[in-house]
Design a protein around this ligand. Structure first.
Ligand code: ADP
Ligand code: MG
Length: 351
């Protein structure tokens, strides 16, 4: 029996830029997906999700799509097989502490942990970036979620005590130390509006349209050039261009300015990119008024999920108490709060 893990992540800044060849700054978290793998006596792959209490089995030669959680597992198996990995007959037990569908990337944690497990049992080693790309293709092509490379990349290559500046065009990465005096606190809205997946794919299309009309990547477009676009493409491009700049600024900024850049990122995601929601806006506005909060913004695709807060460590307990009270009063929902540490990227436990 072997155990493999892959972390969830929080993106500090650089949202909806990865699929525009842009810049992102995620950190791997100490919330993770663990896959306990053992060989099977039959030529099948079985996956059991302890979180969902569900199980699926596939013959090793054909992976059916079911339109549900197991597609993430089957998609990874299919992509690894395409790369020449001889799929092992195995039973995988999946247990995740990353909240599902909350913008902390439980999906990439699942994909990457499964990929490590299958490669581990098969005795195959893939270059880390190849493995991340295979997991992204699994989500793009098998699950049908047209996500960028950020989540899978940081789940594989994240580094404890650091965020990772990823250039999603060159796939260059650079670890960036996190501010020592601060903690990352994620507050979960506990909602996920229906629009999340369809609007994500629509934003991606809109950005592709904008790039096609300008005849260049949004990475290389200036704000002045984006003015030529019709709405809503102009607003979408304006977000992406501004957000790439904010990633660079955030890395070199003093602490207070980092916070302002997070608020500016949120305002842009709400106004120009239109992927926020009342619950996220409320969390960010409320956080802004609480002592010790440096900055806050929505994180992940939007339409629900989590807000990320950069909070002075001494202020975390009082922050958590106050934001929970305010949110409960406003929405009659109990927000889950994760005061996280960062972690390294995926690997086998005990190694
Ligand atoms: P996020 O990645 O932000 O958590 P996604 O919608 O991208 O949100 O992925 C969430 C989906 O991933 C879940 O609805 C489920 O289908 C799948 N998933 C993630 N973790 C698990 C798990 N431990 N067990 C089963 N399915 C999981
Ligand atoms: Mg996801």
């Amino acid at each position: 029996m072997r155990v493999f893990r892959a972390p969830g992540r929080v993106n500090l800044i650089g949202e909806h830029t990865d699929y525009n060849q842009g810049l992102v700054l995620p950190a791997a978290l100490d919330l993770d997906c663990r896959v306990t793998a053992k060989p099977s006596r039959w030529p099948v792959l079985t996956a059991r999700s302890v979180n969902l209490g569900l199980e699926r089995t596939w013959p090793l030669t054909s992976f059916e799509r079911h339109g549900e959680w197991s597609d993430y597992v089957a998609g990874v198996a299919v992509e690894l097989a395409k790369l020449g990995v001889r799929l092992p007959a195995a039973e995988l037990e999946i247990r995740s502490t990353v909240p599902l569908g909350a913008g902390l990337s439980s999906s990439a944690a699942l994909e990457v942990a499964v990929a490590f497990a299958l490669c581990g049992l098969a005795g195959a080693t893939l270059p880390p970036v190849e493995l991340a790309l295979a997991c992204q293709r699994a989500e793009n092509d098998f699950v049908g979620m047209k996500c960028g490379i950020m989540d899978q990349f940081v789940a594989v290559l994240g580094r404890k005590d650091h965020a990772l500046r990823i250039d999603c065009r060159s796939l260059d990465k650079r670890p960036v130390p996190l501010p020592e005096e601060c903690s990352l606190v994620m507050v979960n809205t506990m909602v996920r509006h229906e629009l999340a997946k369809s609007e994500y794919n629509r934003r991606r299309q809109e950005c592709e349209q904008a790039a096609a009309q300008l005849d260049r990547s949004l990475r290389d477009t200036t704000l002045a050039e984006a003015e030529a676009l019709p709405q809503p493409l102009r607003r979408r491009a304006r977000h992406v261009i501004g957000e790439n700049a904010r990633v660079e600024q955030f890395i070199s900024a003093e602490l207070d300015e980092k916070g302002e850049l997070m608020y500016a990122s949120h305002a842009s995601l709400r106004g120009d990119y239109e992927v926020s929601c009342p619950e996220l806006d409320f969390l960010v506005e409320t956080a802004r008024g609480i002592e010790g909060v440096v900055g806050a913004r929505m994180t992940g695709g939007g339409f629900g999920g989590c807000a990320v807060n950069l909070v002075r460590s001494a202020a975390v307990p009082e922050f958590s108490r106050r934001i929970a009270i305010a949110y409960r009063q406003q929405f009659a929902l109990e927000p889950q709060i994760y005061a996280c540490h960062t972690a390294d990227g995926a690997g086998e436990l005990g190694n």
